[in-house]
Design a protein around this ligand. Structure first.
Ligand code: CA2
Length: 147
C-alpha cells in the first residue's frame, strides 16, 4: 500500500521559526517519524512539500493509480483554496487532513476549512503526532474497505 503525504506553504520552515505554535521538529524529522510508523504498518509513504498551490494540485492529480491514500496539511491553503479542495474531490482518494495546531483555538479565519468537507477525517492540535495518527486512521480505514 502506498500513501502520499503532502505539506503546503511554509511548512518547510518547521523547526526554524515559531516553535511555540508549530513545534521544534523539522519537516524532515516529522517525515522520518511517519516513515517509521509506516514500516511497522507495512506500508510505503512518500512525501511532497510545496509553497505553490498549482504544484500541490498537480501532486494530488498524480496520485491516480500510484497511491491508495493521501495525508495532507494544506497549511494556509486550507482556508482559501477551492482548487485544492476540487483536486481532492476529483481524485476521490481517501484523504486525511492534518493540522499541527488546533486551528479552532486560533484566529477565526482559520476556523473555516475548504478541504474538510471532501476528506475522510481531520486531525488538528496534536503537533507532529497528528501525521502518525492520520496514517494509522487512514490505514485502518483502507484495511476495513479491502479486508
Ligand atoms: O496548524 C497547521 O498545521 C496549519 O495548517 C499551519 C499553517 C496555517 O496557515 C494553518 O492555519 C494551520 C501555517 C504553516 C506555517 O508554518 C510555519 C512553520 C514554521 C514557521 C513559520 C510558519
Amino acid at each position: 500500500m502506498n500513501i502520499l503525504v503532502i505539506n503546503g506553504p511554509n511548512l518547510n520552515l518547521l523547526g526554524t521559526r515559531e516553535p511555540g505554535i508549530y513545534g521544534a521538529e523539522t519537516l524532515e524529522g516529522i517525515n522520518a517519524g511517519v516513515s517509521t510508523v509506516a514500516a511497522t504498518l507495512g506500508v510505503v509513504v512518500d512525501f511532497f512539500q510545496s509553497n505553490h498551490e498549482g504544484a500541490i494540485v498537480d501532486a494530488i492529480h498524480q496520485t491516480c493509480g500510484r497511491y491508495q491514500g493521501l495525508i495532507i496539511n494544506p497549511a494556509a491553503y486550507t482556508h482559501t483554496s477551492v482548487a485544492i479542495r476540487d483536486a481532492i474531490a476529483a481524485v476521490g482518494l481517501p484523504t486525511v487532513e492534518v493540522h499541527l495546531s488546533n486551528v479552532y483555538r486560533r484566529e477565526s479565519f482559520r476556523h473555516k476549512s475548504l478541504t474538510a468537507p471532501v476528506v475522510l477525517g481531520q486531525i488538528a492540535g496534536f503537533g507532529a503526532t497528528g501525521y502518525e495518527l492520520a496514517l494509522r486512521g487512514l490505514i485502518s480505514h483502507l484495511n476495513s474497505m479491502h479486508p
